[in-house]
Design a protein around this ligand. Structure first.
Ligand code: BES
Ligand code: MN
Ligand code: ZN
Length: 493
């Protein structure tokens, strides 16, 4: 989908479809100008009552002029358009455009006043939504999906003085959306194709395309590094584990890097602590943390941001087999701490803990790990907010703000020392599980024991990385949040 900015007036801008807002019962200024140019057809349609006064209601009017169609979209009848209402309008517009034959469209929704939001926000919101909603995954169908994905070109009407800023913003949207699409593709690919080796190849390809330094550590090297926890999870699978290390150097060597660490379990059966059969297919999404790291690396590198970024992905399968790790096994992690594996299904924290120790060598300014870590986080927060865990108040505020700004929100969860008690083991330094209560918190507590050397936060994306049911598919989250966070660190030490 091509994006551009139009600075001509609405009635003089030829297009397959002009999109204009109706606020209360009134056409927006751009809409009035078009209406005057096409003989009052729009006002007549409104007068007939053809457009419901409900935010997001749409009406397509054929005009037979150089503006072939006009799509009216209602802002509802409440005073003041909120971010939420504007988002509903933008979504309704994309859906309606997908149902027309228009090959190109021009949105004049910048006419709509949104409280505390400027033109940049409005254009960004519409463009991101258009890209998100036109994503399709058909790589594993024998015939490609031919349902329309929306217009090939979408323009936004804006004041001339904003042209260059908005054009730059649209380039950012494309880079961000390409990153989110990569994360979606990786999540949606089946576990027989999206293996640890496939993730490593994807990283190498990104490296070539965007000039990232990519290194892939093999089992032998993990053994030399004494990554006993990662190796224990991997040992039940026929597939070799990988530790993928990517570096994007966009700032000078003096700037400390940000490190992102993503859980890359390409399939989670639970291991010997086998999961129930229902919905087990969804555990192909257990590498969505890894996918979000790859997607963010792609977005940040494509933007050419002046920041140093490191992506680390421990990746393997969690399978039951004669060689698989057993409940009761005790392993020594790279940090030297020992862990009693009481439940082999709590494997994410085991592969992450060694990766978190590994990133110490980069002396990072901050480390964020991203993981589909616990079902308990889904119980706590549902599918809207990702769980955010950190003892660092400044980092919590920074990530929360990034989530809000990027429309990819997270919610801070507790990480008090009292919860650490759940991880007591009679035989090792700690167990890998606490009780059922507060499961998302004890998981974060486990990780915290490996992150003493730097500022650290953990995002549990078990509820937000994909959708279940009829619309099953990867969401691409939290690539928008992470990208915003990394960009915000550009130029800072
Ligand atoms: N990958 C799962 C977490 C998960 C489950 C995410 C369902 C989304 C939906 C993780 O490896 C896991 O199995 N966690 C266990 C931990 C438990 C054994 C302490 C869980 O949440 O049940
Ligand atoms: Mn598991
Ligand atoms: Zn898992």
């Amino acid at each position: 989908m091509e994006f551009s900015i139009k600075t001509s007036t609405s009635e003089k801008t030829r297009t397959g479809c002009a999109v204009v807002a109706v606020i209360g019962a009134r056409l927006s200024p751009s809409g009035q100008a078009i209406d005057a140019a096409c003989g009052g057809q729009l006002a007549a349609a409104l007068k007939r009552g053809d457009l419901a006064a409900k935010a997001g209601a749409t009406l397509l009017v054929g005009t037979g002029s150089s503006i072939e169609r006009v799509l009216l979209v209602s802002a509802g009848d409440k005073a003041g358009v909120t971010e939420r209402i504007f988002g509903d309008m933008a979504r309704a517009v994309v859906r309606a455009l997908q149902g027309t034959g228009a090959r190109d469209a021009v949105s004049w929704l910048n006419d709509v006043e949104v409280k505390d939001r400027d033109a940049t926000w409005k254009v960004r919101t519409q463009a991101l939504m258009a890209r998100d909603m036109s994503y399709r995954f058909d790589r594993t169908k024998s015939k490609p999906d031919t349902t329309p994905r929306g217009p090939a070109a979408l323009a936004f009407g804006a004041d001339r003085t904003l042209n260059s800023a908005l054009t730059a913003e649209l380039r950012m949207v494309q880079a961000l959306s390409d990153g989110a699409d990569l994360a979606k593709d990786l999540g949606n690919l089946p576990p027989n194709l999206c293996t640890p080796a496939y993730l490593a190849d994807t990283a190498r390809k990104l490296g070539k395309q965007f000039g990232l330094k990519v290194e892939v550590l093999e089992r032998k090297q993990m053994e030399s590094l004494k990554m006993g926890a990662l190796l224990a999870v991997a040992q039940g699978s026929e597939l070799a584990p990988k530790l993928i290390v990517m570096r994007y150097d966009g700032a000078g060597a003096k700037q400390k890097p940000i490190a992102l660490v993503g859980k890359g379990i390409t399939f989670d059966t639970g291991g010997i602590s086998l999961k129930p059969a229902a919905d087990m297919d969804e555990m192909k999404y257990d590498m969505c943390g890894a996918a979000s790291v790859l997607g963010t690396m792609r977005a940040v590198a494509a933007m050419g941001a002046r920041v140093n970024l490191i992506g680390v992905i421990p990746t393997c399968e969690n399978m039951p087999s004669g060689r698989a790790t057993r409940p009761g096994d005790i392993v020594t992690t790279m940090s030297g701490q020992t862990v009693e594996i009481l439940n082999t299904d709590a494997e994410g924290r085991l592969i992450l803990c060694d990766a978190l120790t590994y990133v110490e060598r980069f002396k990072p300014a901050a480390v964020v790990d991203i993981a589909t870590l616990t079902g308990a986080c889904v119980v706590a927060l549902g599918h809207h907010l990702s769980g955010l865990f950190t003892t660092n108040d400044a980092l919590a505020a920074e990530l929360s703000a990034c989530g809000r700004e990027a429309a990819d929100p997270c919610w801070r969860m507790p990480l008090e020392d009292e919860y650490q008690d759940g991880l007591k083991s009679n035989f090792a330094d700690m167990a890998n599980v606490g009780g059922r209560a507060g499961g998302a918190v004890t998981a974060a507590c486990f990780l915290s024991r490996f992150t003493k050397a730097y500022d650290w936060a953990h995002l549990d994306i078990a509820g937000t990385a994909w959708r279940s049911g009829a619309a099953k598919g990867s969401s691409g989250r939290p690539v928008p949040l992470l990208t915003r966070f990394v960009l915000g660190r550009a130029g800072r030490n």
